[in-house]
Design a protein around this ligand. Sequence first.
Ligand SMILES: NC(=O)c1ccc[n+]([C@@H]2O[C@H](COP(=O)([O-])OP(=O)(O)OC[C@H]3O[C@@H](n4cnc5c(N)ncnc54)[C@H](OP(=O)(O)O)[C@@H]3O)[C@@H](O)[C@H]2O)c1
Length: 287
Amino acid sequence: MSTTLPGGTWTLGDLTVTRFGYGAMQLAGPWVMGPPADRDGALAVLREAAALGITHIDTAEAYGPHVTNQLIREALHPYPEGLHIATKVGADRDAQGGWPPAREPAALRRAVQENLRSLGLDALDLVNLRLGNAEGPQPGSLAEAFETLAELQRDGLIRHLGVSNATAGQVAEARSIAPIVCVQNMYNLAVRHDDDLIDTLAADDIAYVPFFPLGGFTPLQSSALTAVATRLHSTPMAVALAWLLQRSPNILLIPGTSAVTHLRENITGAALHLSTDDLTELDKIAH
Ligand SMILES: NC(=O)c1ccc[n+]([C@@H]2O[C@H](COP(=O)([O-])OP(=O)(O)OC[C@H]3O[C@@H](n4cnc5c(N)ncnc54)[C@H](OP(=O)(O)O)[C@@H]3O)[C@@H](O)[C@H]2O)c1
């Protein structure tokens, strides 16, 4: 597969995807609960992502809940050849919008079936086991949960596995149970706890998929970032994405947006080249 999207492609197991992907979480209502205010606009963003050649979309049944997967199906099913959808299991939603863990074997089997049904698929391309909580990764064994997903993979319901919101120890534990093709953790210009993990995964050809690449619900704000963006006649969001693509070849982007204009801006912006001086200045942002 060839692409003109910035960053080129990456291979997740046997699935080739564009390194510039799309994260669908922000398509649901406020705080990822309920339907979007602009349903047609949400469908338009998904259709534009596919039309622009993006072949990696990240989602979860918990977004909405159910809303994001239903939008993806409505916008794009039957899916264009080469489009790959990554989903997550391991967390539910409660009435207050919380994300309670749901990692018991029965809950995981149910979640995989729900994703298959809502996305209209016979097998899921990539399922991440979502660990930890809203504060971030938490220690603890994932063995029972990950073995359940490995069993569902052997049954043919899942093509590839990954982990999300995971500690380095949990990544190693998952790999001792079944091969993984990616780790999806929080990482961006300001939050760089996973620097060592990214390099270890790169050496083993495992993708690292940063969530909140633009800072999440409150996009990144920093005077150093604005200074570099201004000097390069670019924008802070473009610099943040270009920096991730340059940081390591195994990094895949899944920036979220509910606006077609932002989607296009982000693709154009991520092609920006950052010099060694730019990178040194941007290092000041890391916490
Ligand atoms: N595994 C996990 O636990 C986990 C947790 C969180 C997220 N995720 C995944 O990661 C993906 C990305 O995270 P995210 O969407 O929450 O955060 P993000 O990509 O860091 O940022 C999204 C925010 O940036 C804004 N934005 C995007 N492009 C912009 C532009 N060009 N100019 C100005 N603002 C712009 C969006 O607003 P507009 O809508 O106005 O563009 C939105 O508010 C999610 O979609 C989800 O798939 C996973």
